[in-house]
Design a protein around this ligand. Structure first.
Ligand code: 5GP
Ligand code: MN
Length: 352
């Protein structure tokens, strides 16, 4: 599907359904267009929402970006990040925007339950919901769906859509910078198996149009606060539990740990990948006590073990085979670690 001489151009005609292609003709400058993404938005969610906003704006359309809640501060530099309306902070304005929208682009999520407290407002919004996403098994809420679970990021899919609209040469620097962030973060800086020749063709297209990739890496990864660096060091040295027999490791941070290092959203970003990077570890879990009795999980695996299946079976979550999330309710951190230790033989011997 993603092959050819000019990968960027040739991928689109087969990739983009006629229905998705039609979406362009159904938008005009008199409409209210809202762009949204999943709760706890990551680089791909924010990159997709802002990148698409920049592109549609450059094409003469008016769009608002509404997100369920705030994203990690290392993404604050992204162009027009300060113009985003957050549902949890400005509930009334966000609800009004959603309600008044003719079209709501839903990016990087496969079910209405992925927008947290914004679910009802989004569900009840009368506008058409057009979904672009790369998670498996999308729920049936889209009026038009562009879904490709084999694609490494929603941002890459959006570039295909834009190229499919014949606008690949019209991408602005702001749009490309945002899409680059999404592709970069959802592929672990272009290293996961989901990266293809097509991914690199998209990046090459950006660079041939003058995108300065080095400064994007620098602004995203090289301006970490001392608290963040120290929290991650503490987590790895004091809060790591390795179950050697199963190649599974957990890093568990309690409220007191987070408070000690003045935790801010995003400070644990990347930590789970460091755990996965340990020799002999094939499954990594980062557990963070968000509030008493509520632990948020980030799961990663290398190879065939599906953390999506594990998250769905045990932790009310989901995601991708090698990167997933979920929650644990009603357990303290020591209880959770104990719970995992009792379940390991089932997970690894019987499968989940
Ligand atoms: P992260 O660990 O980076 O928060 O999430 C990894 C992947 O799992 C992302 O693709 C994200 O969309 C998905 N994910 C995280 N939390 C949840 C959850 O609670 N439910 C579902 N279905 N997916 C999740
Ligand atoms: Mn994504």
């Amino acid at each position: 599907m993603r092959e050819g001489i000019n990968l960027l151009e040739s991928a689109s005609p087969t990739m983009i359904s006629e229905m998705a292609r039609q979406c362009w003709n159904e938008m005009d400058s008199n409409q209210s267009i809202v762009i949204t993404a999943h709760r706890s938005p990551d680089g791909d969610a924010v990159g997709a929402a802002l990148g698409f906003h920049h592109h549609l704006k450059a094409m003469g359309l008016t769009t608002s970006v509404v997100l369920p809640d705030r994203f990690p501060s290392f993404l604050n530099w992204m162009p027009e990040a300060d113009g985003i309306c957050f549902y949890d902070e400005e509930t009334e304005s966000a609800t009004q925007l959603l309600h008044a929208a003719d079209v709501i682009w839903c990016l990087d999520f496969n079910g209405l339950d992925r927008v947290g407290k914004m679910e009802e407002a989004l569900r009840e919004a009368p506008g058409r919901k057009w979904v672009v996403d790369h998670h498996q098994l999308p729920d049936d809420f889209a009026d038009c769906l562009l879904s490709d679970p084999t694609c490494g990021s929603t941002c890459e899919l959006l570039v295909d859509l834009i190229v499919g609209w014949g606008q690949g040469e019209l991408l602005t620097h702001d749009a490309m910078a945002c899409f680059y962030v999404g592709i970069m973060t959802d592929t672990g800086s272009f290293r996961f198996p989901s990266v293809t020749a097509h991914t690199h063709a998209v990046l090459a297209h950006f660079m041939s149009r003058g995108l300065e990739h080095a400064s994007i890496h620098q602004k995203t990864f090289d301006e970490q606060s001392l608290n963040r660096v120290q929290l991650q060091g503490f987590a790895m040295s004091q809060r790591l539990h390795v179950f050697n027999d199963y190649g599974l490791a957990i890093v568990g941070l309690e409220r007191a740990d987070l408070n000690r290092f003045h935790y801010e959203s995003g400070d644990t970003e990347g930590l789970v990948n460091k755990v996965l990077g340990l020799a002999g570890v094939g499954v990594a879990i980062m557990a963070r006590e968000a509030e008493p009795g509520l632990i948020k999980l980030s799961l990663r695996s290398a190879g065939d073990f599906s953390v999506r299946d594990l998250a769905a079976a045990e932790f009310g979550g989901g995601g991708h085979k090698n990167a997933a999330g979920g929650v644990v309710k009603g357990m303290s951190m020591p209880q959770f670690i104990e719970f995992v230790s009792t379940r390991l033989s089932d997970w690894f011997n019987a499968g989940v």
